[in-house]
Design a protein around this ligand. Structure first.
Ligand SMILES: NC(=O)c1ccc[n+]([C@@H]2O[C@H](COP(=O)([O-])OP(=O)(O)OC[C@H]3O[C@@H](n4cnc5c(N)ncnc54)[C@H](O)[C@@H]3O)[C@@H](O)[C@H]2O)c1
Length: 424
């Protein structure tokens, strides 16, 4: 069987490599980005994923930025981005364009699987109509459409494309079984057959919305407990003692990445079109979106103690990535932190060892040397080991720990001002 993957990013490339490792399949990849395609051809992984980088070296995955490579595929798997526009409404342009490209090659008996995160209804209302209109074929009769949402967590040493369980739904139970068996031949994680497309689509959206809501809850608690003088870190530790029905989530300077701050908007918007107002989800988004500004307020409070303002003060921003130990800045709160600091007139320095493109310094020490105050925005392993002594040696006076990951006792013991999110 020939299997093609459209979109060779954090989701598509590990999957394409995993399929290529099974010698029963002829796996090919297609991506619009020539730069990415060239890297992959040279067996250099364009994404931060160790497993994928290894797999790439040992597979004969063929890739191209020309769609002709898709011709004759038995299965087309769509892994293109699903971002939001500036007004937070879903941007399904990449999914639509991927379907238009597939339609050029789709013939009877072939299958299309969408792995991109989409709201309930996208397969029935957008994917199938595009494919049917452009091919004159009928979904469920002439070709199959399935949704198998990806759950990959880039940088996770334990969970990867092979062992994460999957859900799949399609136009019929028979097709679902057939395509679930295909996944079972590639991954070892459990493959769960869902009753239909909409149910499969909804699973992924609620997984990420669940995260967003719970993070919003602790972010709101952080603000409340700052007023009440309660240490949220200790409270979460205590509550986590409960052996059932409590799952710890942690406050921070904001929620980033291509999934959690984006996916809830897909559900909010689609429900709105059908007349339902997702008040709770909108509020969660609002709270999480407010965290970068809140973090800068904490910085202003800290500087105020030393009779300083952000305007004119040397501020060091540690971390541009949205998560630890990877160089991925998509929807990163650091972008907003940076913008607010510039807008408020800070003399800003930036360091992120995983994202040198946006760094103005080339080491932690250089950044500390140039900073009166620092805002830690990413819990990279290199940052977590910064000590109070190190800060004092560089004359850093104020520390805002946007990830609550620094050794606060060590910092406070050197009389450096420390404030975390919901902790003192
Ligand atoms: N990154 C994650 O952790 C993660 C996890 C689970 C699910 N998802 C979902 O998977 C999807 C893909 O995310 P990603 O992180 O891999 O994105 P990505 O930006 O890393 O990769 C997407 C790739 O698709 C390519 N592309 C865009 N339009 C295309 C088209 N029409 N045809 C071919 N290629 C095209 C881009 O050039 C890019 O290389 C999204 O819907 C996302 O929400 C992402």
């Amino acid at each position: 069987m020939k299997i093609s993957v459209l979109g060779l990013g954090y989701v598509g490339l590990p999957l394409a490599c995993a399929i290529a490792k099974n010698t029963n399949y002829n796996a090919v990849g297609y991506d619009l980005s020539l730069d990415k395609v060239n890297k992959i051809k040279n067996r250099i992984s364009p994404i931060d994923d160790e497993q994928c980088a290894e797999d790439l070296k040992t597979t004969n995955l063929e890739v191209s930025n020309e769609s002709a490579i898709l011709s004759g595929s038995d299965v087309y798997i769509v892994c293109v981005p699903t971002p939001v526009l500036d007004d937070y409404t879903p941007d399904l342009t990449p999914v639509k364009s991927a379907c238009e490209i597939i339609a050029k090659y789709l013939v009877k008996g072939q299958s299309v699987i969408i792995e991109s995160t989409i709201n309930p209804g996208v397969c029935d209302e957008i994917v199938i109509p595009i494919l049917e209109e452009l091919t004159n074929l009928k979904a469920g009769l002439d070709f199959d459409v399935a949704h198998c949402p990806e759950r990959i967590n880039p940088g996770d040493a334990k969970w990867n494309v092979y062992n994460i369980p999957r859900n799949i739904g399609s136009t019929s139970l028979e097709t679902t079984k057939k395509l679930a068996d295909f996944y079972r031949s590639v991954i070892i994680g459990q493959v769960n057959e869902m009753p239909d497309l909409k149910t499969a689509e909804a699973t992924k959206i609620i997984e990420n919305t669940f995260r967003d809501i719970n993070i919003a809850f602790v972010n709101e608690l952080a603000k409340s407990f700052d007023v009440l003088g309660i240490d949220l870190k200790k409270v979460i530790e205590g509550a986590s003692n409960k052996p059932f029905a409590f799952m710890p989530h942690f406050p921070s300077c904001g929620v980033g990445g291509h999934c959690i701050p984006v996916d809830p908007y897909y559900l909010i918007e689609r429900a709105k079109q059908s007349g339902f107002d997702h008040k709770f989800l909108k509020l969660a988004r609002e709270i999480n979106n407010s965290m970068p500004a809140y973090t800068i307020d904490l910085l202003a409070d800290g500087l105020n103690i030393y009779k300083r303002t952000i305007n004119g003060t040397k501020i060091g921003l540690l971390g541009m990535s949205y998560k630890a130990n990877v160089g991925d800045i998509r929807e990163s709160p650091s972008i907003e932190l940076k913008e607010i600091l510039i807008q408020k007139g800070a003399a800003l320095e930036i360091y992120d060892p995983y994202f040198p493109e946006m760094s103005t310094c080339s080491s932690i020490d250089e950044l500390l040397d140039k900073s009166y105050a620092i805002v830690l925005a990413t819990d990279h392993k290199e940052f977590k080991i910064i000590t109070g002594k190190q800060l004092l040696d560089h004359n850093v006076q104020v520390v805002i720990d946007g990830k609550n990951c620094l050794d606060r006792e060590s910092i406070k013991s050197e009389n450096v001002y420390y404030k975390g999110i919901g902790i003192k």
